[in-house]
Design a protein around this ligand. Structure first.
Ligand code: GRF
Length: 199
């Protein structure tokens, strides 16, 4: 297996953003680092050929890579492409596939994820998108929030880097809550990515 060189994070950073959907978080992160002297969003990776995030990549002039299951889970996990783009940090922003151990081994503590709830509650397999917000509302929680965490080989499980909360209001629909959570994500995720790069 190809093991990437351990590039110090405080030097030149090339980030790959992995996303499966609309990509509003990816967009905020791209905007945040647009004029940054030492951080480049170098690659957008998606498992869906029609994901909105690919249009964002195009508009931003960022190369994109569409991946397929067999090679991701049972091949080299696209390490050769990541290596060619000199990627040394990976940001998951609404990426729905589990990260294979080949990638976790190649990027130790250099893959982070954002989850739209307060882990360890409301995480795990199948807990994504509206399923998370429905579960929070059904459980009559008074607050929800976001969790940014390192990625390990279990869903929504690695060490927590950052959490912040927002209220769940009495008549909230899952969409209402999702919108409130998106505002928190857009405010905090780019800054936390930057802090992680600074160590
Ligand atoms: C976010 O709510 C994130 O927490 C979750 O997936 C959603 C992605 O939204 N992991 P977007 O594609 O960035 O708009």
């Amino acid at each position: 297996m190809l093991i990437l060189k351990n590039v110090p994070l405080n030097h030149k950073n090339n980030i790959a953003i992995f996303a499966s959907g609309a990509g509003s978080n990816a967009k905020k992160i791209i905007e945040h680092f647009k004029k940054h002297s030492s951080v480049t969003i170098a690659l957008i990776v998606s498992n869906k050929a029609d994901a909105g995030v690919l249009q964002i990549a195009k508009e931003s002039g960022i190369p994109s890579l569409i991946i397929e299951k067999e090679r991701f889970f049972r091949g080299d996990a696209y390490l050769s492409e990541l290596n060619a783009a000199q990627i040394n940090f990976i940001v998951l922003a609404g990426f729905l596939w589990k990260i294979p151990s080949a990638l976790i081994v190649a990027y130790p503590n250099k893959i982070i994820n954002i989850h739209p709830a307060l882990l360890p509650k409301y995480g795990g397999k199948g807990m994504y998108g509206h399923f998370v917000h429905e579960a929070v509302i059904d459980s009559k929680e008074k607050e929800s929030g976001i969790t940014i965490h390192y990625v390990d080989d279990k869903y929504d499980h690695g060490n927590i880097i950052f959490q912040t909360t927002c209220p769940v209001l009495p008549n909230d629909t899952p969409d209402d809550l999702a919108n409130r959570i998106h505002i928190l994500e857009h405010e905090h995720y780019p800054k936390i990515v930057e802090q992680c790069l600074q160590g």
